[in-house]
Each structure stands twice: as C-alpha cells, then as structure tokens.
Design a protein around this ligand. Sequence first.
Ligand SMILES: [Zn+2]
Length: 293
Amino acid sequence: MLVLLNSIKVNKPQCLRLWIAGITLLVCLMLASVVGAAGQYSSQSDNGITSLYYMSYGESPFSMKYLFADTTVDSTTKIDWAFYFAKVHGQCVLIDVGFDNKELAAKWGVTIKETPVALLKKLNVTPDMIKTIIITHAHFDHIACLPEFPNAKVYISKEAADRYLAAPEDPKIAEVLKDSKRTVTFSNHIVVNGVFTVKTVGGHMPGSSVAEFSHGGKKYILTGDECYLCRNASEKRPIGALMGDKDRNVRFLDEVAAKKQIVLPCHDPSITRKYTFVDTNISMIFGSKPQHK
Ligand SMILES: [Zn+2]
C-alpha cells in the first residue's frame, strides 16, 4: 500500500503535466476545427472561382426595340459585344466565346475592336489553355469562335445544341457539338466545375441559358441574352428580341430580382464603367489584375 501511495505521490506531477498536455491538445484541436470550418465556408461560398473578366471584343448601334419589349419609338443605342473569362480552381473558363467573322460583323454593323483570341492573349491566356466553355445559346455572337478552343469541354443546353445541329451555320461548330467527348448537353440545369449552375430559361430563344454562381458572399448571374442590359433586370423590362417565350423571360427577371443577383450581360457597355479597368476592352468583375510579362 505504502509503495502504491509513494508511486501516486511520485506520479502526481506527471499526471498534472499529462492533464495540461491533454487540455492544450484539446484546445488546439478545437481551434483547428474552427479554422477548418472557416476555410470550408470560404471555399463553399466562392466555390473555387477566383476571378472574372468582361471581354468586350466589339461594338455597334443596336435597335432599342430588340433591347426592350416595351419600346414604342424605334431608335438605336450603342451596345457592346462581349463574353466572359473566369479562373476556376486555377483553370481557364469561358462563358460564351464571341465571334470574329468579318461578313457577320458587316451584316450586323459590328466593329470588331479586338478578336476574342487577341483579347485573351492580353491576359496571357492562349486558346489551348481554355478547359471549359459554357455556351448560353447558339447565336453567332456567343458560339462562332468555339472551334478555336481545341481543349475545352463544352456545356450547352440540349435544345440549343439540337437547334443548331438542325441547321448548322458552321460545320466546325457542328463537329464540336456532335462530339460527345467534347460536348455535354443538359435539359434543365447542370452544375459546371462545381461553381456555375447553368439553367435553361428559354425566353430569348428556345434552350437559351443563364449561369449563376456566388463569390465573396454575393450572388451573380451571367445572363447570356436573357438580359441585354443590366436595366432589363433593374427595371424589370423584358428584352425585345424574343425568339423564345416572353413569359419565360418575365419569370426570369422576377427570379433575378427575388434572389438579388448581380446581373452580368454580354451587351451592356455600362459593365466597363462599373467594374475595374484591366486593359483596353477588358474589365475585371472581381479577382486580381493579371501579371503582365
Ligand atoms: Zn448576343
């Protein structure tokens, strides 16, 4: 018994040290889990999208009656022709791809300021670096440059792809859309790269899609041509160029307002004024300015 008591006496300081070590370990584990949870929250909130750029390759006058369904007096205003470039999990992503065809530019009165590929080069991005492309709809100004990006997986609604393939304007685009290794189609919605929820709206044209995502606690929506201008959403005025279903466009605008999403269209020159100048014809929605070589 005495031996046992003695051993307890001897072990008391050791016990205390063990207790202190145990409590320290517990506190460290708790801190690590709090930090881990915060990290997880930030990655969930941003989903891996680190930067987004508005790439304005062209400009033209455009009829107000195409911009707003409620236009009564026919006049024109200047619009942009643009697509978006994003960095997601370090990979290069395009939302629509623009066009650089001279005949189409002449037909639509568009001045091509810089080709889409030339604009990307200013961000040190070459066509082979593009790994993902989301096509909102198959009008030439959103899809024509598709064959210039050989390594990209393409996401487009089945309806938009099928309509294009029924009367293809460019056999090279048709080749990409028909290649199931290159192109993924969807009927209602699809999550791309764990960031973008791409969903069909079908107001502007059948199968016309939009892509929503979050960044820095804000909700954004890349509208394709379901909005031509931010004002379509802020003033809840449906677009005029409705080859799809006006009610669908109206419902879309209601949803954007209800979700308080930040609207990112492809034809609105005000985007350049609202966001950060990076280079001529390139504005940064968020992220960091690219390092020039
Ligand atoms: Zn367009």
